[in-house]
Design a protein. Structure first.
Length: 274
């Protein structure tokens, strides 16, 4: 059971609501798409799921139908009230009205040690949210998110590709990511002007780089390298790493940031003094 376009419009009208562009609100209003997302996410009754940006509850209902325990987070007070009404009969769903960017995530997820995040993420928060959760909220073991296709490509990009950047290295440090499929604008209310994509991010048991390598130093190098993509690392990392360090790490000073995988960045960070 989930919302059709007609259902969603009626629910908005009943609560005196309309989508807020400032919060990136585009609601999924196609039951087949919701079922597809839940199926591809592989959620089962044994899972603990947190959903960010519950909106009108279309995906919330689909997740609830699996029997999983679901926490649905919604920032907008009007929508939080609406989705609370929608899932009122579902004992396995708890709605939390909160800004996901300012949540006490460890407190929220204290009921279980392993969580899956499944969400239609607003375009304006997808990148910082996933990056921060990877860094700080290790209870979330797997992410299955729908985001703007351009963002999804950056999450899953490999070295040498146009989409590969500092975010790609961040994801690769913590996890394995893969693109799962596209979602057209026609399944949303209102319809966005961009294509969306589904991406799965599965946390590694241990980071890709030896934990003895200082993470802050590593990502200082990564950000500097990608700040000037067209520059060679000899120039982009001037003042941070010299040619000798690059060579000792097995990296040509003439290389550019997008050529280095996370292992190479780790080798370099290990040679840079604190």
């Amino acid at each position: 059971m989930t919302h059709s376009r007609k259902d969603a419009a009626a629910l908005l009208d009943a609560h005196g609501l309309s989508p807020r562009r400032s919060l990136g609100q585009n609601f999924v209003v196609d039951p087949n798409t919701v079922r597809r997302i839940v199926r591809l996410a592989g959620v089962t009754a044994s899972d603990h799921v947190v959903e960010v940006g519950a909106g009108l509850g279309s995906l919330t209902l689909g997740l609830a139908d699996t029997g999983a325990d679901v926490i649905a987070v919604e920032h907008d007070a009007g929508l939080a009230a609406a989705v609370t009404e929608v899932v009122a009969s579902r004992e396995n769903v708890r709605v939390v009205e909160a800004d996901a960017m300012a949540l006490d995530w460890h407190g929220l997820l204290a009921g279980a040690s392993r969580w899956v995040l499944v969400a239609n993420l607003p375009y304006n928060v997808a990148t910082p949210m996933v990056a921060d959760l990877l860094d700080d909220v290790h209870e979330i073991q797997r992410f299955f998110v729908m985001v703007q296709r351009e963002v999804a490509e950056r999450f899953a990009a490999r070295p040498g590709s146009k989409a590969y950047g500092a975010l790609s290295v961040k994801v690769a440090y913590w996890a394995n990511a893969r693109l799962v499929g596209d979602v057209p604008p026609t399944v949303f209310l209102p319809r966005p002007k961009v294509m969306s994509s589904l991406v799965e991010i599965t946390r590694r048991d241990t980071p890709a780089v030896d934990p003895s390598v200082d993470r802050e130093r590593l990502f200082t190098l990564v950000r500097a390298g990608f700040a000037h993509r067209r520059k060679t690392l000899h120039n982009a990392l001037a003042g941070l790493a010299d040619d000798g360090m690059l060579i000792d790490a097995g990296i040509a000073p003439s290389a550019r940031a997008e050529e280095l995988d996370v292992d190479a960045w780790g080798r370099l960070a290990a040679l840079v003094p604190r």
